[in-house]
Design a protein around this ligand. Structure first.
Ligand code: NAD
Length: 245
């Protein structure tokens, strides 16, 4: 018989990133023991073990997943890189490798950070629910691969195999140490390049505070059980109110 890994032992793939680090910090506060797996190590926290590696490398993943029961997958190439081959390699093929490694290692739950853009096709969505279909014409390569990634993760959910999955779909994420969104907006504004309005100035866009995104991930993980409706589902996540631009 296989000894079940402790339920408080988890791994965060992409744990060196903006969202990943916030997630790691909160998990530590909540008493989880955390292993970070990332191509880069960017910080040090007592009690957190770091493993530098590429998620496309199954052997490297297997080394850290041995005694882990819960995996958060929040790694992705930056959407700004627009490198189709890299997105496919990491988000699609790499995610398949993550799923295989998790199942071989006896991991019981995986929470994927997906994206609300998987249902966006360029036309306005207000109060969109999870029953919206995937975009047939995704707006970029990043989104195209996030759709494939989410599908393969949710399809892998299997009560029989004792491996449960769920996906969280934030849109824009903001908060401390945000490397992209707000700094780029502020920089563009400072350079005087924001003197145009798209639409009539009443457009809405959805941003979620990073701690709320983290909270959503941990709630999903803790409620993901064989008899729960979360199994194999994707959830949009937001703050109470959209931000008016
Ligand atoms: P980030 O770039 O700060 O973090 C991503 C991390 O993944 C980085 O630390 C990077 O080193 C790591 N990584 C990249 N390729 C890897 C590989 N091959 N193997 C191992 N690690 C690898 O990005 P973020 O903003 O923290 O985004 C985290 C997740 O949230 C991503 O899946 C992204 O698609 C999703 N997301 C982000 C936003 C946002 O506004 N930031 C919005 C919606 C969805």
């Amino acid at each position: 018989t296989r000894i079940r890994p402790s339920s408080k032992r988890c791994a965060v793939i992409g744990g060196s990133g903006f969202l990943g680090r916030h997630l790691v910090e909160r998990l530590v506060e909540k008493g989880y023991s955390v292993a970070v797996f990332d191509i880069a190590q960017r910080y040090d926290i007592p009690g957190v073990t770091f493993h530098q590696g590429d998620l496309c490398d199954k052997q490297a993943l297997l080394k850290i997943l041995k005694d882990v029961s819960l995996v958060f997958h929040c790694a992705s190439p930056s959407p700004a890189c627009d490198d189709r081959a890299l997105f496919w390699k990491v988000n699609v093929e790499g995610t398949r490798t993550v799923l295989q490694a998790c199942q071989e290692a006896g991991v019981q739950k995986l929470v994927l950070t997906s994206s609300a853009s998987v249902v966006f096709e360029g036309t306005d969505i207000k109060n969109g629910k999870e029953d919206l279909p995937y975009a047939k014409k995704p707006i970029d390569y990043y989104t195209e691969t996030k759709i494939h990634q989410e599908k393969i993760v949710l399809q892998a959910c299997s009560k029989e195999k004792d491996f449960l999955t769920v996906a969280i779909r934030p849109h824009g994420i903001f908060g401390p140490r945000d490397p992209q969104l707000v700094p780029i907006l502020v920089d563009t504004a400072r350079k005087g390049k924001m003197k145009f309005i798209i639409g009539d100035g009443t457009n809405l866009v959805d941003f979620t505070y990073v701690e709320n995104v983290v909270h959503g991930h941990i709630l999903a993980a803790e409620h993901l059980k064989a008899d729960s409706p979360l199994c194999g589902k994707a959830y949009h996540i937001t703050n109470d109110e959209p931000i008016r631009f």
